[in-house]
Design a protein around this ligand. Structure first.
Ligand code: ATP
Ligand code: MG
Length: 419
């Protein structure tokens, strides 16, 4: 049923198998030894077979949609009625497991053939029932590399403002899917063309027309630069892209529109990284990202310009930079940033070479001295401790000291009088 039949028809391995049946939830629970009532009131039972899980849903219709988000009532019914409540024709196919036949009540096979996303029934009505479907249409078109049927697309343009009534979590999850499963560039372009982008991510819509110095950005404005990065990132994403990397690519220059200024020297974006962090933080909070994801994405945004300086960094600073959590994501964001503009990859290769040269203990050397040792040496504990310990590690990372003895001598020489 649904997405998995669509994928089977396209010759793609489905992510999961959804099963639809005329059997009532209680009967499904009686037939299989291990089940869980994940959505019993909607008629959905999870059947557990060893490592595998299948969602088994009783054919149902939905009605109500009083809040434009979720149905207020369901009723069990026939296969055909169940198909008619679904969003797009390409998601409305059934596969009969008895004989392998595809049951197509909505011309879904023809639309897969034509590569078109089209609502089942009147687009305006279907979007009024559930506004999230507008975003899903764009997400499926992007990921499947399909077009959106003109009537369906016009209905999105007409109703785009209603997307704001959908919960932030549902919007976030559809956007993430759009970004990580391939076709992120056409996806963002469709969001812009449909009017959805300025409703849900106006800050991204504002990147359009923000021109930049051609010397660093021969590709064009900030919008074009960002889209190029997304294109390289998710071109034929067979393996899903890391979601934090995808969001960071989308948001890395989000501070540019607000910080752009031009004088006789040219165009500048002073402070765009810091401003970008603030704007990105507000977006991620609005979309209710977890603390962990927010931290990773903001860290990617915040460090993306530091790659410019890697060749001038002192050894200890460089090593601290290279050992940052998720450094591979930082490095990949930098690569996208370069390939999506001037294509000069010197700093990227420099980091790669350094990482290849350095063994794990070079980046994370064993601690030579502890706070406990400092107390033993007669230092009163206090804020000076962290300064001393940092300086010791810096000297160690710079290769100036290697043993505990040398560390003690280093401390006594610099701070001996402060005991
Ligand atoms: P994916 O491969 O990305 O999981 P999918 O088609 O399986 O795609 P799901 O979001 O998992 O998408 O939904 C499963 C099926 O449920 C869809 O194929 C569609 O038939 C139906 N569906 C999901 N959300 C809606 C909705 N908002 N309105 C109507 N039908 C929906
Ligand atoms: Mg699915």
């Amino acid at each position: 049923m649904g997405g998995c039949v669509r994928d089977l028809v396209r010759g793609v391995e489905p992510q999961d198998y959804d099963i639809a049946t005329s059997a009532l939830p209680a009967d499904v629970q009686g037939l299989f030894p291990r089940t869980a009532p994940v959505g019993a009131s909607f008629g959905v039972i999870l059947v557990i077979e060893g490592e595998r899980r299948f969602e088994v849903a009783t054919y149902r219709t939905e009605s109500g949609y009083a809040d434009g988000r979720r149905p207020s009532a369901v009723e069990f019914t026939t296969a055909r009625e169940d198909v008619l409540r679904r969003d797009f024709t390409v998601n409305g196919l059934l596969l009969d497991p008895e004989d392998g036949r595809i049951i197509d009540y909505v011309d879904g096979l023809a639309d897969i053939e034509r590569k078109v996303i089209r609502t089942i029934g009147d687009a305006g009505l279907r979007f009024a029932e559930d506004h999230l479907r507008m975003l899903r249409a764009v997400r499926f078109a992007a990921n499947l590399k399909f077009a959106i049927d003109p009537d369906t697309f016009m209905a999105i343009q007409k109703n785009a403002a209603a997307i704001r009534r959908v919960s932030a979590e549902r919007i976030r999850d559809e956007l993430t899917s759009l970004l990580i499963h391939g076709g992120a560039r056409p996806g963002i372009e469709l969001l812009a063309g449909s009017g959805l982008l300025k409703e849900i991510l106006p800050e991204v819509a504002d990147l359009k027309g923000v021109d930049q110095p051609p010397r660093f950005h021969p590709e064009g404005d900030v919008w074009e630069h960002t889209l190029r990065m997304l294109q390289i990132l998710s071109n034929d994403a067979e393996i899903p892209v890391d979601p934090c990397l995808a969001w960071a690519a989308l948001l890395h220059d989000i501070g540019k529109p607000a910080t752009r200024f031009e004088d006789s020297w040219g165009i500048h974006f002073h402070g765009h990284v810091q401003r970008g962090e603030e704007i990105a933080a507000a977006i991620l909070e609005r979309l209710r990202f977890s603390n962990k994801e927010t931290e990773t994405i903001l860290s990617l945004v915040s460090h993306h310009m530091h790659f410019m300086n890697v060749r001038e960094m002192r050894t200890n600073r460089l090593k601290r930079f290279l050992r940052m959590p998720d450094f591979s994501l930082h490095l990949e964001l930098h690569r996208l940033d370069c390939v999506g503009s001037h294509r000069i990859l010197d700093n990227y290769h420099f980091c790669k070479e350094k990482l290849a040269e350095l063994a794990a203990p070079d980046l994370h050397p064993p601690r030579l001295i502890s706070g406990h040792d400092l107390i033993g040496m007669g230092f009163p504990s206090g804020p000076l401790f962290s300064e001393i310990l940092k300086a010791v590690e810096d000297a160690q990372l710079d290769g100036e000291i290697k043993t505990a003895e040398e560390a003690r001598a280093f401390v006594m020489k610099r701070w001996g009088t402060q005991k």
